[in-house]
Write a protein that binds this ligand. Sequence first.
Ligand code: SF4
Ligand code: SF4
Length: 268
Amino acid sequence: MTPDELTDRAKTTALAHGADLAGVVKVADLPGHAENISRILTGAKCVLVTAAKHSIAAIGSLNNQVAQFDTLHTYDACQRSAHMTARFLESEGFPSVAIPAFIPIDMEKPKYGMRGEICWRRAGVRAGLGSYGENGLLVTPEFGSAVRISGIITTADLTADSPLKEDACDHCMRCLEACPAEALSGKGKINKKLCGDVIFRFGFRFFQRFMLDMVRKDTGQAEEIIGGHGLIELWQTFMTGNYYYCFKCQSQCPSKNLPVNRAGRSVP
Ligand code: SF4
Ligand code: SF4
């Protein structure tokens, strides 16, 4: 099989198992991440970047739980497509590793789980899936920012794609206007603390505060804390595995296929 044929078949496998977009970047073209990638897979030559689209209606819904549910399934599509594509490449004799959207991630100081070992946004731009948006996310021509990205690291020397020539972000600034935390200031700049207070409302920081409150308060107050709303949200997070409470910068980002109105609903 020629490199072009192998690349086509790998992309076809990804698209057949849940991915909506697929592109290839050489590891050498991801400076700053090549070391991490080599630690994951010795001899890695390429990253096949895949993106799975969200339902715009779900992540634009005023009901956050349906948006969280859609996120779980979008992540699932990412993982399934990456896993099946890695298996295909291995069956062709090329050691390959499927990498989901959210791990591996550095949990040590100073990153504390806020930065992945691979920057999927950069990999997506280099692989021609989209361009950088004012919201700091990958913006694809097809689905705006309403995608989750994952991929496959492989020793196969696949045929690389070129970055897009056009800018997929139309600089409408809708993402900045919609951000409830005023965390976005354009040109990709994001105040992670302001965003984190909203998107991870009942995430790790909340859990940490909850535990500290528990050990610091006396017994009567502890009962009040346990009986409060926060613990139910934490329970939901632990049970479902999704703890995002904001999707505005994704749902408000327009695309050629699915324009959105200001309420974030798909326009029929
Ligand atoms: S996830 Fe929400 S809070 Fe965070 S930057 Fe996007 S719109 Fe703002
Ligand atoms: S909402 Fe508009 S400005 Fe923001 S990233 Fe999307 S296209 Fe760019």
